[in-house]
Each structure stands twice: as structure tokens, then as C-alpha cells.
Write a protein that binds this ligand. Structure first.
Ligand code: FPP
Length: 262
């Protein structure tokens, strides 16, 4: 089996914001509420998705300005394939058009694009654009922008288990050596720090099969604001709330105070 990349490095001390608080290195977002936003305006749900694409731009700019190193967006879940065919088609078209329009500018700003999820389910046209965007931006370091399309946290865990099982069958891996560290090297985003902060818009308080393995110790933040209405002031509120949280990673508060949370 090829040597796997270093997996989910332990959280390094987070950089400090102008206000003195810690800044998350990696934010993961469930962008919920596009459909309701459109319906409240008497428009089709797809109108809300198009408005949502503008909020994606706002979030990328926000992360670049605040020094956040990674942003992972849940654009389309494994379960979203069950939506009406017309909505699925409109979303796929939107992803394709967004890739055609945005990659140049993302590249200019030093953004590295990465797609996670079951690529075999996507059309060849989207797959080609994803490959090309990933190759083109591979050397960038200002921000890792990970887009989850046809992604499910359970799928991710299963594909990691399958990879390890196949290696064991080939005689390249002793199953007794499988531990959390090795397993973590085979889930998506293994080479990036785990998300520090999870944000979900749209009022529901759940993770909905997002990065189940990667978010074991992620701080959760929810807002009733619908995705197209999210603005910089609200994102800053999430950061202020995050900065005030004590992250113990299983230790006691006294231990954390002693070692400074690292
Ligand atoms: C959830 O809102 C949103 C989605 C399933 C799609 C998210 C897609 C975008 C924001 C478009 C742009 C994305 C990229 C990466 C270019 P919902 O439809 O479930 O809303 P509802 O809960 O109000 O019905």
C-alpha cells in the first residue's frame, strides 16, 4: 500500500484575531435554507440556490481576509440525489457554471480547490472540470477550499474501511495494526487539520451526515439565518463565539489552562 499522508494533524494553537480571540483554522459549513429563502419570495427553489452561490463567494472572501486556512462546504449530500430530478439537474448546472466562472479568480487569490465525495456518481462534464480545477490550483496555499459534492460522512467511513480491507486481502496490511491513526489517514481531507468550527444555517440543529469522522471534536454553531441571507457580521459572531469556547479534547479544564489548550 502506498505510504499514506499524515492524518488530521493534532490541532496547532490557533492564530489570534485582532480582538485577541482564537481563530479557527478550518471551518465546515452546511449551507441550508436556499429553498425556503426562494419560496418566501414566491420563486422556485433553484432561485435560492443561485442566490446561495453568492454567499459562497462571500464566505471565501471572509476566510481569506480573516486568515482561516481551510473551508469545507457541503454543496450536495449523498441523500440529495433523492430530490426532484429538476432540482438535482439545476444544482449540477449551477456547480458546472460556478466552476467555469470562478476558478480563475480563486486561483488568482491563491485558493486551492479540492472536491470530496463519490465522484463516480457525477457526470463526466463535471468530473472533468473538477479534475482540471484541482490540478490548476494544486500549488496554492492561501486557503484550502473543499467542496463536498455527492458526499456523505458514512460513505467516507465505508470507503476508508474498504481501502484498508482491500490492502489486507492483498497481504499488504496486517489487520491487527489498524488503529484510529491509520484509519484517519484514509478518510477524506486526511492531510488537512480537522474542522475547528462547524456552522449550519437555516435553523436545524443537526450534522446531517457531514464529516462524521473528522468532526469528533469540532465546535458546533447554528443560526436560524437562511444561507442566502448570511453576512459578514453573522460570520464574525460565529468567530467571537468560537473564540470564547474552552476546547478540552477530553482533558479537564485545569489541564487545559496549564498547557494553553494545545
Ligand atoms: C440546502 O438548502 C442547499 C443545498 C442542497 C445546495 C447548496 C448549494 C449552493 C449554496 C449553491 C452553490 C454552491 C457552490 C459550491 C457553487 P435547501 O435546498 O435544503 O433549503 P431548504 O432547507 O430551505 O429547503
Amino acid at each position: 500500500m502506498p505510504a499514506p499522508p499524515a492524518s488530521h494533524p493534532p490541532p496547532a494553537p490557533e492564530p489570534t484575531a485582532a480582538g485577541g480571540g482564537r481563530v479557527p483554522q478550518h471551518i465546515a459549513i452546511v449551507m441550508d435554507g436556499n429553498g425556503r429563502w426562494a419560496q418566501r419570495r414566491g420563486r422556485p427553489r433553484t432561485f435560492g440556490h443561485r442566490a446561495g452561490a453568492k454567499t459562497v463567494r462571500l464566505c471565501v472572501r471572509f476566510c481569506l481576509e480573516r486568515g482561516i486556512r481551510a473551508l469545507t462546504l457541503f454543496a450536495f449530500s449523498s441523500e440529495n440525489w433523492k430530490r426532484p430530478q429538476e432540482e438535482v439537474g439545476a444544482l449540477m448546472n449551477l456547480f458546472m457554471r460556478s466552476l467555469d466562472r470562478e476558478v480563475d479568480e480563486l486561483h488568482e487569490h491563491g485558493v486551492r480547490l479540492r472536491f470530496i465525495g463519490e465522484r463516480a456518481h457525477l457526470s463526466a462534464a463535471i468530473g472533468k472540470r473538477m479534475d482540471s480545477a484541482e490540478r490548476r490550483t494544486a500549488g496554492n496555499t492561501a486557503l484550502h477550499l473543499n467542496v463536498a459534492i455527492s458526499y456523505g460522512g458514512r460513505w467516507d467511513i465505508v470507503q476508508a474501511a474498504r481501502t484498508l480491507a482491500q490492502a489486507a486481502v492483498r497481504g499488504q496490511l496486517d489487520p491487527s495494526t489498524i488503529d484510529e491513526a491509520l484509519f484517519a489517514q484514509h478518510v477524506e481531507l486526511a492531510e488537512q487539520p480537522a474542522p475547528d468550527l462547524f456552522i449550519r444555517t437555516g435553523g436545524d440543529r443537526r450534522i446531517s451526515n457531514f464529516l462524521l469522522w473528522q468532526m469528533a471534536y469540532t465546535e458546533l454553531w447554528f443560526t436560524d439565518t437562511l444561507w442566502p441571507d448570511l453576512d459578514v457580521a453573522e460570520l464574525d459572531r460565529a468567530l467571537v463565539d468560537f473564540a470564547a469556547r474552552e476546547r478540552r479534547f477530553g482533558r479537564t479544564g485545569a489541564q487545559v489552562a496549564q498547557v494553553g489548550g494545545a
